[in-house]
Design a protein around this ligand. Structure first.
Ligand SMILES: Nc1ncnc2c1ncn2[C@@H]1O[C@H](COP(=O)(O)OP(=O)(O)OP(=O)(O)O)[C@@H](O)[C@H]1O
Ligand SMILES: [Mg+2]
Length: 291
């Protein structure tokens, strides 16, 4: 897998000509996984020699891949394009250290133009072969099931839209700023995931705070659907933030009831096991659903 730091370096090296050709690949993602020379030529509107030169460089940098039928954009190519867009749009000026490597994403620190710290989440669905049957089934409905680049762009769109919606409520949400292809720029949270926390001064109070966040989302008809101690952060102000929303659903989803029960169950199980709290699941579920 390409490192985002390498991609950031490439962003600085790449010339306008190569970007123009890279853009042809990006613009074609929806329709062609593989593009032949003929199409690249006609879409780019460049002279044949210049296209060949650009393709050679993109190949050397491992941003594209050559197949029998033509060329294919690689994840590193999409990363470079997305990063370039973020810099050109004035959203970030550079990226820094990794903040986390999830099952389905790489999250890195970034600096904004006004020198504030941001987090950029790059979607990486398909990086590991997955056995999660639920996800697999929902992806199979998508005719582009093998087009991982497109699947990642769509996941970023979904999460970004949910974050924007949640941000307009009273919830504590890492402010989303921008989506660039398969990446999302948001506030960098200074905190720890519940899974990393050894001791809590008042675990019951923290549970109430988590439940309050679940309730605020639920009141907006939104269920996270993947809630656990891995996706809940406690920040430096002792506030709870729920992250990771690409799989969220609205209450009209056929599995909504199952998902909200599972979210609640996962959270309550964590507090029960780790802090020996006794929490009545049904009580909390009922207080949630009665409106
Ligand atoms: N806004 C943020 N600020 C700081 N760190 C963050 C932020 N967003 C994500 N992270 C870190 O990156 C990790 C991965 O992010 P996230 O949970 O959104 O991705 P994921 O790949 O879907 O994870 P999972 O493995 O749960 O499927 C988080 O566990 C967290 O440590
Ligand atoms: Mg996560």
């Amino acid at each position: 897998m390409p490192s985002l730091k390498d991609s950031a370096r490439v962003v600085k090296q790449l010339e306008t000509l190569e970007y123009r050709v890279l853009k042809v690949f990006v613009s074609s993602i929806k329709h062609h996984e593989i593009i032949n020379n003929h199409n690249i030529l006609s879409y780019s509107n460049l002279h044949k020699d210049r296209v060949e030169y650009a393709l050679e460089n993109l190949l050397k940098l491992k941003l594209i891949f050559k197949t029998e039928k033509g060329f294919k954009l690689l994840t590193a190519g999409l990363d470079v394009f997305a990063l370039k867009l973020l810099v050109e749009s004035g959203i970030i000026i550079g990226i820094g250290n990794s903040l986390g490597i999830g099952k389905e994403s790489d999250v890195v620190e970034a600096i904004s133009e006004i020198h504030q710290r941001r987090a950029v989440k790059f979607f990486r669905i398909g990086r590991i072969s997955f056995t999660d049957t639920k996800r697999k089934r929902s992806l199979e409905k998508n005719k582009n099931v093998n087009n991982w680049l497109l699947i990642n762009i769509e996941a970023a769109k979904r999460e970004y839209d949910f974050l924007i919606k949640l941000k307009s409520t009273k919830m504590n949400i890492a402010t989303p700023y921008f989506r660039s292809m398969h990446s999302i720029v948001m506030d960098r949270i200074n905190g720890l995931r519940l899974i990393e926390i050894r001791n809590l001064h008042n675990p019951k109070e923290i549970f109430y705070k988590v439940f309050e966040q679940i309730r605020l989302a639920y009141n907006e008809n939104i269920i996270n659907g993947d809630l656990s101690e891995y996706n809940i952060l406690l920040d430096e102000n002792n506030d709870i933030l729920i992250i990771d929303w690409p799989q969220a659903v609205t209450l009209d989803h056929p599995n909504a009831e199952f998902l909200i029960r599972r979210d609640l169950h996962n959270v309550i199980r964590y507090f029960r096991r780790k802090f020996d709290l006794s929490i009545d699941e049904d009580l909390y579920y009922n207080s949630l659903v009665k409106k």
